[in-house]
Design a protein around this ligand. Sequence first.
Ligand SMILES: Nc1ncnc2c1ncn2[C@@H]1O[C@H](COP(=O)(O)OP(=O)(O)O)[C@@H](O)[C@H]1O
Ligand SMILES: [Mg+2]
Length: 224
Amino acid sequence: MILTAKNLTKSFSSSEGKFYVFKNLSIKIDKSDLITIMGPSGSGKSTLLNILGTLDTFDDGSIVFDQKNISDLNKDQISKIRNKHIGFVFQYHHLIPEFNAIENVLIPQQIFGKKINEPYAKELLDYLGLSHRIKHYPAQLSGGEKSRVSIARSLINKPALIFADEPTGNLDIENAKNLVRLFKKINNDFEQSFVIATHDPQIASAGKIKYFLNEGILSISDHV
Ligand SMILES: Nc1ncnc2c1ncn2[C@@H]1O[C@H](COP(=O)(O)OP(=O)(O)O)[C@@H](O)[C@H]1O
Ligand SMILES: [Mg+2]
């Protein structure tokens, strides 16, 4: 088991008082899992992914990652685990304007002193339909192309666990399908685990385990 979250409760405070996004929500993520979480807008998908990815706090419950209870760790220790093992695919990620596409993809390897794996960067870009844009700078790329470069960048270090929040929201149908194929391939080839939040039933159907989040309840869905 890579991650076990038990009885998570999360509330936000607003001018109208405190409201709960979910109470006592539990989920387990195993090696090689491909999990999709479908749910209407505002149901708490992003909140849940951010909490599981250690980017957000929670009121109550526990998260055990790689046998470590993250509540027992300090901020630095949590960042270390996150940087090493967790990847995030968001819709909007900033690229560094002075770096071309492949250089942007390789940044995480430079930051973490890993061996530069240019062929894998090329393979990821190729898979995302960008083989003709490898040397282009962000200013020379369309919005969708930039988004795909940032997706390749978040996958380059082969994190054990990848959270993708509405990853296809910014892509056309063809590239959305390619991205899901890429996730499946990586999941299969490298046993990396995925948790994908989406409101798109077609994307959700790619999951090996399919959840539905609504009104604070996370349930296994067999309708997708
Ligand atoms: N930082 C925040 N402060 C207050 N309320 C928030 C915050 N983030 C999210 N929410 C609220 O929590 C609920 C769940 O939001 P979110 O997780 O973004 O849903 P989803 O990703 O499923 O659309 C929504 O009602 C949203 O308005
Ligand atoms: Mg969201």
